[in-house]
Ligand binder design. Sequence first.
Ligand code: PEP
Length: 243
Amino acid sequence: MPRKLAAGNWKMNGLRASLAELKTLEERHDDASVDILICPPATLISACKDMLFDIGGQDCHSATSGAHTGDLSAQMLADAGASHVLTGHSERRTDHGEDNATVAAKSRAAYAADLMAVICIGETLEERESGSTLSVIDTQLAGSVPDAATAQNTVIAYEPVWAIGTGKVPTLDQIGEVHAHIRARLTDRFTDGAEMRILYGGSVKGSNAADIFGVPHVDGALVGGASLKADDFSPIITALEKA
Ligand code: PEP
């Protein structure tokens, strides 16, 4: 089985001074038994490229180059030092109207640039309350995850939209139900679907990480707010190492 993964998404946060947090994290986890990925703003990728951690972009364009002002290609992220890229984060889906086909195209662009795609999926509160969570997950998996996905080029992040940045976390049973469902879909569709890592994301903190990591088919976490400070992210990494 691949190593578990603790991934941090800094979103639109972080200046060069914030690299001190990563230095501290590096000192505390220089021999980590789990993979650690940091997705800083793209402006900091090249400054992070010599760190011990894997570095990822937060988004990429589906094209290699061209007239797309303000966008970055997967190849540019790789050139700057990234090894991963998030695709389909709910904030991209909501703020930029990205649909499943767009997310799949971005993920294929990631593969073409030799980046690992961390493909994000998850239901809204309305979808959860109307009982359609699993069918939403099915649609997102079918539409956002390319046929070329393997355990070597893809990580799935299950992030209920209503849990991102809200402090609300699904019950462990709810997380377990969705992760088992995703695992079943991945093994149905991909020969190595049993090895594809499935992260949970949404208000993960040091105080709830160990319980979440005890849920079957949770292979790590995608962490937003609590990844910004070494003191907050470090206990999550330690909990994953102990899981
Ligand atoms: C995220 O941004 O992917 C996320 C899960 O954020 P938070 O941990 O702050 O809920």
